[in-house]
Design a protein around this ligand. Sequence first.
Ligand SMILES: [Zn+2]
Length: 678
Amino acid sequence: MTTQNPLLDTDALPDFAAIRPAQINPAIDQLLAGYRDAVAKVCDPATPHDFAHVIAPLEDWSDRLSGAFSPASHLHGVADSPELREAYNAAIEKLTEHATELGQNRELYAAVKAVAESDEFKSLDAAQRTLVEDRLRDFKLSGVALEEQARSRFKAIQTELSKLQTGFEEAVLDATEAWTRPVSEAELAGLPEQARRMLRQSAKAADKDGWLASLKPPVVQAILTYADNRDLRAEVYRAYNTRASDQGPNAGQFDNGPRIDEIMALRHESATLLGFANAAELSLADKMAGTPERVIGFLEDLAAKAKPVAERELGELRAFARDELGLDDLQPWDVAWASEKRRQKLFDFSEEDVKPYFPLQAALDGLFAVAERIFGVTLRQRDGVSVWHDDVRYLDVVDADGGVLAGVYIDLYARNGKRGGAWMDVCRNRRDAEGRLPVAYVTCNFPPPGDDEPSLLSHDEVLTLFHEFGHGLHHMLTEVTWPSVCGISGVEWDAVELPSQFMENFGWERAALDLFAKHWQSGELLPQPLFDKMQAARHFHAGLFLVRQLEFALFDFRLHRDFDPARGASTQETLDAVRQQVAVIRPPDWHRFPQAFTHIFAGGYAAGYFSYLWAEVLSADAFAAFEEAGIFDADTGHRFREQILAVGGSRPALESFVAFRGREPEPEALLRSYGLAA
Ligand SMILES: [Zn+2]
């Protein structure tokens, strides 16, 4: 059995052609049994509590388990079938149960703690110390380190919170579905064909004739952006922005207001049980930003710079609306519509004008050429590797000295049975002892070639390709051999997008584009006037965009940081104060966006919404080092590879950033990339 199940050979590349759904659960069962035995041995009082007997076996088994499951879960994503899905779901259930069991194991926690407190700890190398500290931190955050009463209370809170968060999300869904409005033919004016089709489909789904507006985000976006009828826009705006609240057309029916109060109170209580002053401090325990003061300072600093620009942009938009659209009193439900009219007037180009300059193969070659110039690695196709579809290619990553460092599967075309979107995933971790190289998957959903035309990418798709490959490089160029802290693993989640967003910058550089952006028929370079328009469109209303993001981020963070059990959540008060500080467009009093802010009340972004902007600052500032030295500067590239990519999660991201940049991150480069620099 062992020798026949291809999933159990986690040192070689997976034999995709030989993998069958029926092999998945036997492999997982066998590995979980071995893992459980290993954990029992670690917890045995006779086992020495040192790195080699506690941490190393945990790393080995989790690597074996993820190595066996990775090809199965990858196939589920890229070549799904009913049998595969069934086997995958059964395996996921077992893996989740196992992870919970590990996280709640008090004896295991005691063993890890003993390693952290041993004399040996100081003699471990940096990656090993981080590994121990991360494991200890995760145990603490799971509540398992608490003593009785506190531990039971913590568990009860988590159960209650998960119910409330699910309830929050369901209320938003129900409120979204509860409202529709018939749209007459005359009211369709301004809407593009695709939007009309959506409204038509909504009507059909409701067994009605004609057109129906709903609160589904693409419909709302289309109406607010394109509908010339102002009453229609105003009604949709009001219904959408009062969802699940005490206001608007369905006031009180799905109100999330009381849920927000309960969620905030329980989050605060569970944070204090774990020894944090509030839920914001708890959120920062596994993030790079470190302290609440730094987060607030960072956001307020950006706000001070972005707000004047946003005010100027809004002034220009008001003038445009007055002079060209006959609107004297621009209202919140006019902003997207007027902006679109202005955008069309200022930069008249479409995606279709750009695509002929980005044939997929050329974009890929350009990406590899950039990687070669800055990181000194070449990508070389290797034939004869077992894959899951004819379109898939396997490439070796070859270092300057000719040695093979890593491998990557690239699977770029959309097709049936493949999940949408683009992502990078881990196939194999680097393990020097076994002579195993790191291997990644880079998966996209680009249009396949036509009969007489290659696959042509939009500029956004080119950036997506660079982005995902950036994640891939983080994994492939690792020099750490502990799976939990190599590549993207163990990197603070407000820093993990650094290499990916960093790579996107090259897609905006003329010198990089000149390596590959050539018309697929004529070979002509991307014309400068078109590139200028692309740049201008990129910066269009960037100030307005930024202050909106800052409003969300500051609201989220302050709400969690300032919670006072005696006063409750003070949601509206906090929001009003934040708007006073950063917003330039003041929504009406009945506006209730927190009641549908699922990111922070139902998802994982509690006191973490700022991470989007934080990661952008890091990547823009890192790229600025290349702008200063020359965008293909090999020394700077070498430093980036050595100080950021190679070390992965084996040390704090801030340390890595400082080692690369020579100082802490600064926001100027981000502001420049938004076109907001002074
Ligand atoms: Zn990403």
